[in-house]
Design a protein around this ligand. Sequence first.
Ligand SMILES: *[C@@H]1O[C@H](CO)[C@@H](O)[C@H](O)[C@H]1NC(C)=O
Ligand SMILES: *[C@@H]1O[C@H](CO)[C@@H](O)[C@H](O)[C@H]1NC(C)=O
Ligand SMILES: *[C@@H]1O[C@H](CO)[C@@H](O)[C@H](O)[C@H]1NC(C)=O
Ligand SMILES: *[C@@H]1O[C@H](CO)[C@@H](O)[C@H](O)[C@H]1NC(C)=O
Ligand SMILES: *[C@@H]1O[C@H](CO)[C@@H](O)[C@H](O)[C@H]1NC(C)=O
Ligand SMILES: *[C@@H]1O[C@H](CO)[C@@H](O)[C@H](O)[C@H]1NC(C)=O
Length: 353
Amino acid sequence: MWIFYSADDSKCLFSLWNQWCLCYAAVVCLLCSPVRTDDACPSSCVCARDSGTVTCRDGEDTEVPSDIPEWTSTLIVQGRNISTLQRGAFMTNSTELEMSKLSLSYNGIQVIEPYAFLGLPRLHLLDLSHNQLESISARAFHGLPELRSLFLNYSVLPVATAQLSNALSAQTLRNLHRLELAGNQLKSIPLVRLDMYNLHVLVLINNSIERIGRENVTNLYQQRHIRVYLSLNPFWCDCELESFYYWLKNSSQCPDAGHLLCSEPEAKRWIPVEKLRGEDVDCMNENLEAVSYVFLGIVLALIGVVFLMVLYLNRGGIKRWLNNIREACRDQMEVYHYRYEQDSDPRLANVAV
Ligand SMILES: *[C@@H]1O[C@H](CO)[C@@H](O)[C@H](O)[C@H]1NC(C)=O
Ligand SMILES: *[C@@H]1O[C@H](CO)[C@@H](O)[C@H](O)[C@H]1NC(C)=O
Ligand SMILES: *[C@@H]1O[C@H](CO)[C@@H](O)[C@H](O)[C@H]1NC(C)=O
Ligand SMILES: *[C@@H]1O[C@H](CO)[C@@H](O)[C@H](O)[C@H]1NC(C)=O
Ligand SMILES: *[C@@H]1O[C@H](CO)[C@@H](O)[C@H](O)[C@H]1NC(C)=O
Ligand SMILES: *[C@@H]1O[C@H](CO)[C@@H](O)[C@H](O)[C@H]1NC(C)=O
């Protein structure tokens, strides 16, 4: 028994000693290592320490600057030829950055690899506008639990639309407040669900959305705090627009509702969607009209058939009737003839009087 205790004690002591050693070593290391000078600014960038902003414009580099200072709260990289945003592009020696805003617009980015934004746990705003994204990993936005604004204006090529939808389904985007997707030739809302986000603003201006179906409208009604911007889309103003039309009118969830225009059918082109009448989008009405014409046709056809049948069934009677008429006529004629002959005889006229 006693021996065991002793062994345990010595193990304990040993581990304590070990920890002390490690701690001491770490302190010594920290003191001796060449600490990154806080003033260092990445080459071809401009640093404003007061505002925590690092701006890197129009360099020859084809990558994100690797030596981003730790104090950076806003990083702006613009006009560079970054064709691929690589995994962990912002990880410097596996340290996390406290950056809150990252703007990567106009960099010709075509590919976003999985976990590209790893190491940015405090990022609030990410601007990827005006790139040429043709491949977006489903895990592109993983590791961004605090992201509130994501801008992807004029950036997503049609080949990447489905991938965008997958990437935006990431659980880590659940705090997203504002999503801007203007000018991406989108044909539908690229979100599978709305209830997983905390979205307040969804910008879909200048896309290729022709209709928003009943299912989507139901989801929009359920997310009461969401505002959806939809101007400059080519809406099809037929009766399938009904639920969307009433959503526009009743919900006030579309701040630019007054600017939505019909593009089809030809007869309604450039008419504001809001100015349509209820009957224009009423499928019931349209169907009823078609049904009533068909019904009228059937009734007329039936009447015609009945008329022909009556004629056919009575062909004997009709012949008799015609004969009767003919005979009656002949009789009449004969009577007339007789009278005429009588009248024309002057001798008989006197007798008659
Ligand atoms: C951008 O870089 C790629 C290679 O990474 C190159 O093929 C392309 O020509 C470059 N484009 C411009 C505009 O410099
Ligand atoms: C990253 O670590 C390597 C060694 O692992 C070192 O040479 C380099 O200076 C470090 N870079 C920064 C920015 O700390
Ligand atoms: C697009 O993104 C920018 C941010 O770069 C934002 O300021 C702008 O309002 C967005 N919307 C449109 C429709 O361009
Ligand atoms: C709409 O987007 C197209 C490109 O998709 C662009 O050429 C056009 O200028 C945009 N229109 C407006 C009003 O922003
Ligand atoms: C919109 O509707 C389509 C199909 O009608 C569906 O796949 C998609 O999940 C819906 N999205 C939302 C946000 O309701
Ligand atoms: C919207 O308004 C129309 C007519 O004004 C009404 O029939 C419909 O029930 C309303 N829908 C909602 C969800 O309020």
